[in-house]
Design a protein around this ligand. Structure first.
Ligand code: 13P
Ligand code: SF4
Length: 329
């Protein structure tokens, strides 16, 4: 632990320069056998210092298989909770406990229990952006990467309660043609704010570009056909954040309009230096994701804060739904 600055009281004005902070983070991480996981929306420097960067599904998979003692989770609270459920013997730490999610906050336990009572026998499919107690009351969890496959795997005669994202739910319903699917009217404040006209204007500005669009986007379902018309060469990909990364790598297109949170541009540009990426809106930023900073990550590893734990009974019940999410992708 030679290079770890011992007994130094942390503050945002610690006096450490960026390069020193990075060196300390790496040294602490090694000394404490920690793994740093970061979501694709994290600020660039956090992505660069992380051991693994990915979408909700990929981060859950990493958390489930890690041999590290500590998981430093650079993302939002429900993601760290999912990691704690999947790796109960590890210490899961989040650099800022206030890093929540407006979508996860759009349904609470009482509301779900009431909804289930109104539809006895229905299968509950919860998007991973939910709290642990909502997952515990769910049959399946899903991410934007596998929501379609999960709904397709459920017996066509069974009613489905899909929550909490109404845009993802409507898209899945449209793609599956499923009539017996009820959708919770929740939304993410970042993605729901994109009006369809913004997408159309941007595509007209970049007629050669492929459109990468996240299924949480507010404009998705009502205007999918219209947007598709603007892309007669099938240059439209509805994908999770990791799906977007893969699409950009494998596509023959050289330009992309990106309809999701701007944090993803860092990886897209870094991994595809010859291609051009145009954000649908350069201000499209998730304030919760942006709460994680290098200083806070340093504090997390140094002082082993802030631990995210889940009540054992809730964790046990949520585990099955999450396992199903991980196994179907
Ligand atoms: P992904 O699982 O596609 O990374 O999405 C997570 C999220 O919070 C989107 O807003
Ligand atoms: Fe939640 Fe939206 Fe932020 Fe994703 S972008 S973490 S759904 S608030």
């Amino acid at each position: 632990m030679n290079s770890v600055i011992a007994n130094q009281t942390f503050s945002n004005n610690s006096g450490l320069h960026e390069a020193e902070l990075i060196a300390e983070i790496k040294a602490l991480s090694k000394a404490k056998n920690a793994v740093i996981l970061a979501h694709n929306y994290q600020i660039p420097i956090i992505q660069d210092v992380a051991d693994f960067v990915g979408d909700s599904l990929g981060l859950s998979q990493q958390a489930a298989k890690t041999e590290a003692d500590i998981i430093a989770f650079c993302g939002v609270h429900f993601m760290a909770e999912t990691a704690a459920i999947l790796s109960p013997t590890k210490r899961v730490l989040i650099p800022d406990l206030e890093a929540g999610c407006s979508l996860a906050a759009s349904i609470n336990l009482e509301q779900l229990l009431q909804w289930k009572a109104e539809h006895p026998g229905a299968i509950v499919v919860s998007y991973v952006n939910t709290t642990a107690e909502i997952k515990a009351e769910s049959d399946y969890c899903c991410t934007s990467g596998n929501a379609l496959k999960i709904v397709q795997s459920i017996d066509a005669d069974r009613e489905i309660l899909f929550l909490p994202d109404m845009f993802l739910g409507s898209w899945v319903q449209k793609m599956t043609g499923r009539k017996n699917m009820h959708i919770w009217m929740g939304e993410c404040h970042v993605h729901s704010a994109i009006p369809p006209s913004t997408i159309e204007n941007k595509m007209q500005e970049h007629p050669e570009a492929e459109l990468l669009i996240h299924p949480e986007c507010g404009c998705l379902t009502p205007f999918l056909d219209r947007v598709a018309l603007l892309n007669p060469d099938d240059r439209l990909k509805v994908a999770s954040t990791e799906g977007m990364i893969k699409s950009a790598q494998t596509s023959s297109a050289n330009e992309f309009v990106v309809a999701t949170e701007i944090g993803i541009l860092h990886r897209l540009e870094k991994e595809n230096p010859t291609k051009k990426f145009f954000p649908i809106d350069a201000e499209m930023s998730c304030m919760f994701m942006k709460m994680i900073t290098l200083e806070k990550l340093y504090n997390t590893l140094k002082n082993e804060v802030y631990q995210v734990t889940v009540d054992e009974k809730i964790a046990q019940r949520a585990h099955l739904a999450i396992e199903r999410m991980i196994s179907i992708f």
